[in-house]
Ligand binder design. Sequence first.
Ligand code: ADP
Ligand code: MG
Length: 262
Amino acid sequence: MLPKVIAICNQKGGVGKTTTAVNISAGLAARGYKVLLIDTDHQASCTVAFGLKSEYDNKSIYAALVGLSPIQDCIIRTGYPNLDLIPSTPHLVGAEIELVNVTEREYILTEKLEPIKPLYDFIFIDCPPSLGIVPVNSLMASDSVIIPLQCEYFGIEGLELILGTMKIIQKRLKPELRVEGILLTMHDEDNELSNQILKLMRSTFGDQVFDTYIPRDMAFIDSTAKQVPVILAKKKNTVGAKAYDRLILEFLEKYNLIKRKR
Ligand code: ADP
Ligand code: MG
């Protein structure tokens, strides 16, 4: 079944979650799909990636979750066609405490998303590198999860952690939550370990691993400073931009959904 809400999740930091969330969202929007990206990391890296500010506490995922503003009022335009964003703010840390005593607190985001879901083809949720009420809400609101995994030794530890978390959620709360795919990131073809991890992941997890992997590319680091996603940069022919474009095609082909660029 075609997933509509997809979380980008791994409890480890610096594995490429935000880069993946930003580039998949921007790439699908450029292909004509209506996309909402929700930044649920209090560091607000997604928000900053589009050159937007995270200073409006009453127009953010924090405001929506704690009931400060209706979620519809928290959506901002990114300036790119078909791509909207619910920004994050440093105050999101506080939501972890503020939501502790709310009944059915794991379902807050699921309920909040209901009225805005019909407005979009896809909703991506960029998760923080931690586990708390907000990330659990993100997983509960999602149909499937993309797990970015760095092609490095410690990357495998992160994978065990997130798969364990998903198992608990599947067992206790949401059996239908699926792994959309494990995405190998920051691959370095000149590095033996990087190649070994690629092979090991494919032999262990089979078709749960996306065929496409993301190479290490300095363009991603430049894009953070330029505040334009690599996939939308004027100079699009970087290996990183091409890899995310291939990933999008792989995803669309899996669901027989190839739409021409508008
Ligand atoms: P996370 O959200 O998991 O913490 P990020 O997407 O923010 O990870 O990536 C961490 C850092 O690595 C950022 O500075 C980002 O620009 C950089 N980065 C991400 N993907 C790549 C890549 N494929 N090659 C090189 N640098 C990358
Ligand atoms: Mg991040």
